[in-house]
Design a protein around this ligand. Sequence first.
Ligand SMILES: [Zn+2]
Length: 513
Amino acid sequence: MEIHVKIKRVAIYSRKSRPDETEDALQRQLQILTNMAIKNGWEWEVFWEIGSSMSIDERERPELNKLLRKVQAYEYDGILVTDADRLSRDMEHSAYIKKMFANYGVKLITTTKVYDYNVQEDDLMSDMMSVLAKQEYVNTKKRLLRGKKASAKEGKWQGKPPLGYKLDRDTKKLVIDEAEASIVREIFELYIGGASGNEIARKFDFEGILTPMGGRYTHSRIGRILRNEVYKGDTIFGKTACSKIEKYDSGLPKQLPTDEADQIIVEKAHPSIISDEDWEKAEAIRNARSQLPPASRIGKNPFSTLIQCSTCGRTVTFQLDRQDRLTMGSCKTRSYATDGSYITCPNQGLLLSTFEEVFYEQFTKFIEGMEDELEYIKFNMNEEEIFNPQAEIAEISKRIKKINGRIKKAQQAFLAEILEEAEVKEEVKTLRHQKKELEREIETIKHTPVESKVDVLEELILEFKEILLGTTELQPKEINELFRSVIDKIEYTRLGVIKGSRKAPFSVNIRYK
Ligand SMILES: [Zn+2]
């Protein structure tokens, strides 16, 4: 199946890939590629690895990484290179890039050939979508995103308004929703007054204060409110990017603040709820509190009773080693035979930090899967569904209005002596009954927590991401609870018998619910 996608924007990428290549040769390459873009009428952007020596790690190329981040922001339809090996000569890395191109609908264009990985590797996305549907999805997404960027530049708000604001449907700008804004103000006041996110969350729980969608004010939710520039009147579009390429040594994804050039910042785009002064006070407090390294903030052990010895099934316990580091103890569980003899479970212990590296690497993939699912659900939902309760109430109110009109008409008909009193009474009674039903419906909508599946999933993903990035303020116990909500158990095996070596292999198998 041949799928033709009109190419509009390309990225041109060039670097030294052979030791004998001179800067001049690179310049000539760039010339050829830009000429090609001009000839085809494509918009282009150049990425050029300057001074990249041959020894440089294939994955440590800043310009390529910048380019890949933009690919993930659906910026391009194609990547233009002189040869396919310019991107990477490392097999694994190269496969990784191909997969990304396929997922983000990008073709690799060389001076002689166009590679469309999307068509070849149709199994990459989940079975929900056929290749064609996926291509359409990617194209639509690109179009939407580019449109969004254009309107972000005009200070227009994208998507769901944040707590404290409503969307002015005509101007597409945020206007203050007084009832919600008071909650935002309270959060800032309490925080500046010395309360922690956790304390604020408990206070709200205690007072039964819920989000407009009926959810709890968890303290990561509160944290995000405190960090949101929107409350001092600014909008920033495209500020966060959780990298799927760059990782810390521990295997956790790097949080890459996007280049300011990639962000669209509009200051004072809408009325502020919090003064610049107070917003900055809160920021200063936040920064002071986050000086602690992530590990100590995460606390000692979010894995309690989650890890199981794969050999004997016993729950792994923890202890401190001689250097005071948290360690998973060797199992040593005894299994007795009827004659009283026993064998000892040979599963060995491991430093918790070593376990965590592997665990988080696997868990990151799980979260990415959740994100894909969320995106898919959102993509297939129309705006009305996202703005759910208000739209529904408006719809019912319309029907009530109609009924009121009919009641009036019936009464007028009686006054004009068109209808008999009994008839009118019957008619009005029925209409009033219908009206009451509808009013009851509105009350139900207003008072039922209607946190949708999307909201729940979104919140959960955000919480997990903060854990992955080490920016969570959750207590170990709370992290443990969150893990438990998606993980049934984690099977741990370390049966290597390399005595005296710390490098015996181990495996971690996460069983999700
Ligand atoms: Zn065991």
